[in-house]
Design a protein around this ligand. Structure first.
Ligand SMILES: [Ca+2]
Ligand SMILES: [Ca+2]
Length: 332
């Protein structure tokens, strides 16, 4: 949908009396910060929200970064004798990426109440086929869905049990109701925003045990309930999902990039970074029924919190209780 058409859709929705959904109807400004000022004065500078039920976005600056890890890392980290250490090879070769334009990324993971608005507006039906992890896997056809995911959640928790197709449909719906182009973030956008200008092994530095400051992972709380699970010795105080935004943000103001729920990205799966474009776009070749995941989750142990860690691959129809997403959006 081109810009004029998107703007026209927004004007039609406003004219139809949907101002309770679309804030800033009188303006339809092309300036994202103008939308911010009109929409919600309590948002931090650099954040915006297109409508009352839309996810808050953070503007990510244009710039360059190095994505991935050097393949030699496989010989440098002590735990790489573990078979999972071979996953590091998925993160190589390192690639230099340049973002010519700023973009916006969800400040938080999409929450249950935000996703519920989409389901209500579109009457979307969901197969009750979610695979649940609550200390152990429950892979039975147990009737679990995003609305009943088999772990305790409230409306401000990240939505889980959503497939990549569900997440893409949510982003497409936001595009329709707001006039702004929404999508899943590319894997390069995601890692660029996670690193926030840093080059350290972990997003916050070199000490993996600081993870409990920045995210909800497999920690002392989880190991107390599930002693067999490989967990961090620090304590983030959450057993399964936490409400969005309960831990410290990264330097660019993004919450839960580490942990809480794994997050879908736009790319096709490839077992290395060979096909990664240098402009920050998605990988569009390889295994396109499969997708990388990023960031780790409430059950993620010490192996998976590095800046370049790639999760998955998972099929785009899979629904799991520790997979959710955040959205990306264009800014003009
Ligand atoms: Ca935890
Ligand atoms: Ca996350």
């Amino acid at each position: 949908m081109n810009t004029n058409l998107r703007r026209r859709v927004g004007q039609i929705l406003c004219a139809a009396g949907l101002a309770h959904i679309l804030s800033g109807c009188a303006h339809q400004s092309s300036d994202p910060l103008q939308v911010l000022r009109d929409a919600d004065n309590d948002l931090p500078p650099g954040n915006l929200r297109d409508c009352a039920i839309c996810p808050e976005l953070r503007i990510i600056p244009a710039g360059r970064f190095t994505m991935g890890a050097d393949a030699d890392l496989v010989n440098e980290l002590p735990w790489t004798r573990h078979i999972e250490g071979l996953r590091i090879l998925w993160e190589s070769p390192e690639k230099r990426i340049r973002f010519a334009k700023p973009f916006a990324l969800g400040t938080f993971e999409v929450t249950r109440d935000q996703y519920a608005e989409f389901v209500k507006a579109t009457d979307r039906k969901t197969n009750p086929n979610c695979v649940v992890w609550a200390g152990d896997w429950d892979r039975s056809a147990n009737g679990k869905t995003w609305a009943d995911p088999g772990i305790p959640q409230t409306a401000d928790h990240p939505v889980v049990c959503v497939s990549k197709k569900d997440a893409e449909a949510y982003a497409a719906w936001l595009t329709e109701i707001t006039g702004r182009a929404y999508a899943l973030p590319t894997e390069a956008q995601w890692e660029y925003a996670l690193r926030a200008g840093g080059t350290s092994t972990y997003p916050w530095g070199e000490d993996g045990l600081e993870v409990c400051t920045y995210g909800n992972v497999a920690d002392a709380t989880l190991s107390a309930a599930h002693p067999a699970r490989a967990s961090q010795s620090c304590d983030d105080s959450y057993l399964y999902t936490a409400p969005a935004g309960m831990h410290q943000p990264n330097p660019w103001g993004l919450y839960d990039m580490t942990g809480n729920v794994w997050e879908w990205v736009a790319d096709c799966w490839t077992p290395n970074h060979d096909a990664l474009p240098d402009d920050g776009g998605p990988v569009t070749t390889g295994f396109c029924d499969e997708s990388p995941l990023r960031g780790g989750a409430y059950g993620t142990g010490p192996l998976f919190t590095r800046s370049s860690t790639r999760g998955g691959p998972d099929h785009h129809d899979v629904r799991q209780s520790w997979i959710g997403f955040r959205v990306a959006a264009e800014v003009e």
